[in-house]
Design a protein around this ligand. Structure first.
Ligand SMILES: NC(=O)c1ccc[n+]([C@@H]2O[C@H](COP(=O)([O-])OP(=O)(O)OC[C@H]3O[C@@H](n4cnc5c(N)ncnc54)[C@H](O)[C@@H]3O)[C@@H](O)[C@H]2O)c1
Length: 419
């Protein structure tokens, strides 16, 4: 481990590779780069300290640089023990950024690093999964008076924030960046769809064509995963607990059945629900020999690995792949049941994170502009900001769309004209 006054990373010798990866990411994040250029001129975050608990990837590195261009001081740690890209962490440390993160963090280090972010006394927090906000509220309430707001990146974090608000526990305004339409479309749907399969492929190198792929959860992420698996020739089975989502899966042409039934026929199981023990020990016992399991939901709670470990023998057979032997059958679990796209691959492609992080950068600006005016609740960004992000991404892709003509605008706003 390399330690300095402002960092703790795996190996500073990786910094050069990290710089190259940051350069590649930057070239694919045109929308975010436009915001960085504006921030560099306008300095909307001057004097603001931003404390982040986000996956430390090359794309997050570009967000960090964007916030710094806007005048902020940034300190960052990871939000998952397996998602840090060590070369990027080293490169950020070399740039002088406060960074504490390495891939394979112990739970003790994970929470020690969160405490470093807290000791930095941020005015804005950026979370992916709500661990930083939760730690501040539970153990450092004295910090809350100097915090002007926070931003949350993922569905699970937003769900936790809403639960805090319902209990009257949330004490500062939180922007649900996750709920931006642009974030949901690019990140949860397209990004998770592709990168989840990428993680499973890197961990196992299996052929998806011809396999029964069971997708648990048909929300934004599950829809993306199901579509991509179908595109690779798999027969996709969806499990759900919500009638509307189950209906939509059926109408989209997927088989829909309870997990108890799906567990007997699946070759590959992918959980993306944000829920707990979605695949429980009883289902694991039902599975076919050679079944592959992966989770792309935020926490490693979706597959009951704790129960499996009690009854099965396990060994690591490849990087990011564990084999469990249970009653003479073998089950394969990717990335320890943690977010497979980050644990076994590189997370979302840069183009995806560009739109998500446009949301984060503009949310920070929004929080500063509205300092003292926002309530301690879960807040969505105004629709015009979301539309501006879509426009930035279209521009980055060199795609133009039409403008309403004056006649069309008038027509859309009037009610007299009819048949
Ligand atoms: N891997 C990634 O990069 C990534 C990206 C975005 C979001 N996420 C995470 O993925 C998870 C899902 O996010 P989302 O935006 O799709 O959420 P969502 O709320 O849109 O969808 C979740 C779906 O799971 C269903 N569900 C809940 N419990 C279930 C159960 N026991 N069995 C079957 N289905 C069940 C719900 O009914 C819902 O339709 C969250 O934890 C989120 O934080 C991961």
């Amino acid at each position: 481990m390399d330690k300095g006054t402002h960092y703790e990373v795996k190996d500073m010798k990786l910094a050069q590779q990290g710089m190259l990866n940051l350069e590649i990411a930057e070239s694919r994040m045109g929308a975010l780069m436009k915001i960085k250029q504006r921030f560099a001129k306008e300095k909307p975050l001057k004097g603001i300290k931003v404390g982040m608990a986000l996956h430390v990837t090359k794309e997050t590195g570009i967000l960090v640089r964007t916030l710094i261009a806007g005048g902020a001081e940034v300190a960052i740690t990871g939000c998952n023990p397996l998602s840090t890209q060590d070369d990027v962490a080293a490169a950020l440390a070399k740039e002088g950024i406060k960074v504490w993160a390495y891939k394979g963090e112990t739970k003790e280090d994970y929470y020690r690093y969160l405490k470093n972010i807290i000791a930095f006394r941020p005015h804005i927090t950026i979370d992916d999964g709500c661990d930083l906000v939760s730690e501040i509220h539970k153990n450092h309430p004295e910090l809350i008076k100097s915090i002007i707001g926070g931003c949350e990146e993922t569905t699970t974090g937003v769900v936790r924030l809403q639960a805090m608000h319902k209990d009257g526990a949330l004490k500062y305004p939180m922007i649900a960046v996750n709920n931006n339409k642009t974030k949901h479309l690019l990140d949860n749907y397209y990004g998770t769809g592709q990168s989840t399969l990428d993680g499973i492929l890197r961990a196992t190198n299996i052929l998806f064509a011809g396999k029964n792929v069971v997708v648990c959860g048909y929300g934004s992420c599950g829809k993306g995963v199901a579509q991509k698996a179908r595109g690779m020739g798999s027969h996709v089975i969806v499990t759900e607990v919500n009638a509307f989502a189950g209906l939509q899966a059926a109408m989209d042409g997927f088989s829909v059945m309870p997990i108890a039934q799906a567990s007997k026929v699946g070759d590959v199981f992918i959980t993306v629900t944000g829920n707990k023990n979605v695949i429980d020990i009883v289902h694991l016992k039902n599975m076919k020999d050679g079944a592959v399991l992966a989770n792309s939901g935020h926490f490693d709670a979706e597959i009951n690995l704790a129960a499996l470990k009690k009854v099965a023998k396990s060994r690591q057979v490849r990087p990011s792949l564990e084999e469990y032997t249970l009653n003479g059958k073998k089950l394969y679990v990717c990335g320890e049941g943690r977010l497979v796209n980050l644990a076994a691959a590189e997370g979302h492609p840069s183009e995806v994170m560009s739109t998500s992080f446009c949301g984060q950068a503009l949310a920070c600006e929004f929080v500063v502009k509205n300092k003292g005016k926002l309530q301690p609740e879960v807040i969505e960004l105004p629709a015009h900001i979301d539309d501006a992000i879509a426009k930035l991404q279209l521009d980055a892709m060199d795609i133009r769309i039409d403008d309403l003509t004056a006649e069309q605008k008038k027509y859309m706003e009037s009610w007299e004209e009819g048949t």
